[in-house]
Design a protein around this ligand. Sequence first.
Ligand code: ZN
Ligand code: ZN
Length: 242
Amino acid sequence: MIWKRGIAKLADTATEALAETLWPTRCAICDMPGAVLCERCCAELPYVDWWRACKRCGSPFGLVQCDICNPIGLSRLGIDRLPFEACASAVHFCGDTGQIVRVFKDQGEQRLAVDIALIMARIIPPEWDYEAVTYVPATLSAFRYRGYDHAELIASALADRLGVRHIPTLNRPRTRDQRKLGSKERISNLAGSFAPRDDPETARSLILVDDVLTTGATLCAASQALRQSGVEQVRCLTFARV
Ligand SMILES: [Zn+2]
Ligand SMILES: [Zn+2]
């Protein structure tokens, strides 16, 4: 049996080497062969300046006066307080970062999950308290289309990096397509759309991962479901922020 496994492993390695020769790994942004995201492109990403961002909601220029987590901003989201302790995003959503997300989600380059998770891990504020990492689950149709849950891949890689557990906590029943809705409609469309899993592993404090923050409605709805299921502290972390 051992020699059979050895031969199978050799065959896998040979197949990988052949595939790499025929279709070399290329940078998602500049197309240079060698890595799914080259060092130069990674260094030049439009990182969010954490010193100018709101420490509560992560709004990139909200340190002095936040335009999101004040009573007027929250009323636009249809809520009176944020259901999470904090939120942070690594990069601004733009052409290059959008390209990374597209190659990862729509072109099936799952290896980018590790690079994305590394970038996210670097910006976690030292004061954040977390026992485990969880994620915003993809819609059923997105999961069927891609064959994998993109946020789960990021959460898994991030948990490995941080040395904590990665736990699935939420299910996602059907909702209308969010892309055609405004902020308030997104919240009401999402209200109750996340349900705790039947037998989730528990954690007192969690990092909730998603790829892109658009209006914050999805993270609010998922955080609310986690709080209702008994999680005491939720801190949201996304790769990009619109
Ligand atoms: Zn590159
Ligand atoms: Zn804020």
